[in-house]
Design a protein around this ligand. Structure first.
Ligand code: HEM
Ligand SMILES: *[C@@H]1O[C@H](CO)[C@@H](O)[C@H](O)[C@H]1NC(C)=O
Length: 525
């Protein structure tokens, strides 16, 4: 431990002296300006950078919102971040629209493949990934996810049927359950079956892999920040624990690859593994690639699903949502189960709007770009902010989601039909959808957004057509402080508390914080 600390301090000291010597910024040409630098003028840049990092880690929302209030839409956070934060929705669209020869993402994606997902540098920097990227992106489009959605839906239906049996066999014909945990566990199993197939899902259940996944996921923010060299992973306790979880994931994945991917004969995971094997990668190396998919599949959607359900149950919009769900075609007369396919799910505009609104409210996503060539960020065309090559630009979607004018008077309220075109009926409605950036955007946009949206609609549909759910009370997680509602927060319903240790990593998570709920069979009205 002491060795590690000394190493980090020495490295930090060296970097501070280098950056003190080189922190004069290049002057921009013509009528362009540099972005303002974060922090009090009398402090050296590296100290301001460390301050920014600490605040981001401790109080993400207040820090991010204060940046926009104090510095405007663009601010430079000095080393160790050395990043330009873009805080305004329309400027974020400019970044997303800039070609990758100027603002690139691939170097970051490749780096993550090694520092977070454990592939060798040879693989993450090699030509194999170049062949995989387009196959991966194509494999998750709406044209290719019918089978995953069908498998996903089958698991959720079985889980709900099981819950109904428990309800029937209880004396009061009701059960009281931690609803968030139920949703997250169900999502984990259903999505694993969806993307990786039933056999792999069975193996993860037998191995208790969800726990290992959570251990790995818990250290993901530390890995992605790239502040700790890989050689030191085993010396930093949270990372050491995360590596054990990751190792368990590798071993189940590698064995399944070794066995020839039983239970899966098509789809994106199948194709990726085949390309990897054709490149001559070992089963374990293929497992490192697939672990990235497992992470992307499970780190966000289960949490959004819980928040979505709790919002709808408590927002007064439940009856309208059920009307939409009840209008879906039925399997046969008299069954309560609607037909849930990619196609039927596309016919629920209100539910789609609720999904967008939940992603807007309950995500904080940083889309990062490497500045390959000097570039100018400007809203109107005249003047503009000069950003020199070598910097990193980060789109801070959370601030746009809460502060842009187009959200109207109550950006901090969950309004389920906010994204419904007919209801809004104004020029802003399509702009709102464009500036809902919870899935990121441009060249780094979430490839799983279609699958995620279908998962969320599917679980909601099956739960609400079969069950009546009444949230009862908050269940605290001792490790996560209960957050006082902020002044502008009009939401009065029950939600689990947000885990604040994952800035910019996507959907809000909540540790063991939960909401207990009373669940009965749906009374057909
Ligand atoms: C509501 C649930 C989800 C949210 C909020 C979410 C959010 C995100 C975000 C913010 C990014 C990075 C975007 C950027 O850097 O600009 C991302 C990337 C990604 N997501 Fe999702 N995601 C969700 C569900 C999923 C699911 C179910 C999958 C399925 C496999 C998935 C697959 C991916 C992949 C593969 C990437 C990486 C794309 C790349 O590196 O180019 N996501 N997601
Ligand atoms: C969702 O976000 C809102 C604020 O944007 C917060 O009040 C609420 O507690 C969050 N819910 C969860 C489950 O994170």
């Amino acid at each position: 431990m002491v060795g590690a600390l000394e190493y980090v301090l020495a490295l930090g000291g060296l970097a501070i002296s280098v950056s003190l010597m080189t922190s004069r910024r290049r002057q921009p040409p013509g009528n362009l300006t540099l972005p303002p630098v974060y922090g009090p003028w009398y402090l050296p840049y590296p100290i301001r950078g460390v301050l920014a990092m600490a605040k981001l880690g401790m109080d993400e929302d207040n820090f991010l919102l204060s940046l926009r209030r104090d510095y405007g839409p663009v601010v430079h956070l000095p080393w160790p971040l050395n990043q330009v934060f873009v805080l305004d929705g329309s400027l974020i669209q400019k970044v997303y629209g800039t070609p990758s020869s100027t603002l690139s993402f691939t170097p970051i994606r490749r780096e993550l493949q090694t520092v977070a997902f454990g592939s060798s540098w040879k693989i993450s920097q090699g030509p194999g990934l170049t062949r995989m990227f387009p196959v991966h992106a194509k494999g998750l489009t709406n044209l290719r996810i019918d089978a995953p959605v069908e498998r996903f839906t089958r698991v959720v239906q079985a889980k709900v049927a099981h819950l109904k049996e428990q309800i029937e066999s209880s004396p009061e014909e009701a059960v009281e359950i931690p609803i968030v945990k139920w949703v997250i566990d169900t999502m984990f199993e259903a999505a694993t079956s969806g993307l990786f197939g039933e056999e792999f899902c069975d193996r993860t259940l037998k191995a208790g892999l969800q726990k290992d996944f959570n251990r790995f996921d818990a250290c993901f923010a530390l890995l992605a920040a790239e502040m700790i060299p890989m050689a030191l992973y085993s010396l930093v306790p949270p990372i050491a624990d995360g590596m054990k979880g990751r190792e368990a994931m590798f071993s189940v994945l590698a064995q399944w690859v070794e066995d020839g991917l039983p239970g899966l004969d098509e789809g994106v995971i199948h194709d990726m593994a085949q390309i990897g094997l054709a490149e001559g990668y070992t089963s374990r190396e293929v497992a490192t690639l697939l672990s990235g998919d497992l992470w992307a599949l499970q780190a966000n959607a289960p949490y959004v699903a819980s928040a979505l359900l709790l919002y709808i149950l408590q927002s007064g919009i439940l009856d309208q949502v059920r009307e939409e769900i009840d209008a879906l075609p039925r399997q046969n007369e008299g069954t309560s189960d609607p037909v849930v396919t990619l196609k039927t799910l596309a016919s629920m505009p209100l539910v789609a709007s609720c999904v967008q609104e939940t992603v807007r409210m309950n995500t904080s996503s940083f889309s990062i770009r490497v500045v390959e060539k000097d570039f100018v960020l400007s809203a109107s065309g005249e003047g503009g902010i000069f950003i020199p090559a070598g910097m990193r630009v980060v789109c801070i979607t959370r601030v746009g989601h809460l502060m842009d004018e187009l959200w109207g008077a109550n950006p901090e309220s969950w309004i389920g039909d906010r994204f419904l075109p007919e209801k809004q009926g104004d020029a802003l409605s399509s702009k709102r959808s464009r500036e809902m950036n919870g899935f990121g955007g441009g060249i780094s946009i979430c490839e799983g957004r279609h699958l995620a949206t279908a998962e969320l609609k599917s679980i909601l549909t099956i739960m609400l057509s079969n069950l009546d759910i009444t949230p009862l009370k908050h269940v605290a997680d001792p490790k996560i402080p209960i957050q006082a509602a902020s002044a502008g927060n009009l939401w009065k319903g029950l939600q689990p508390s947000r885990d604040l240790t994952r800035p910019g990593l996507g959907a809000f998570q909540f540790g063991a914080s939960d909401v207990s709920a009373r669940v009965t069979k749906r009374k057909t009205s």
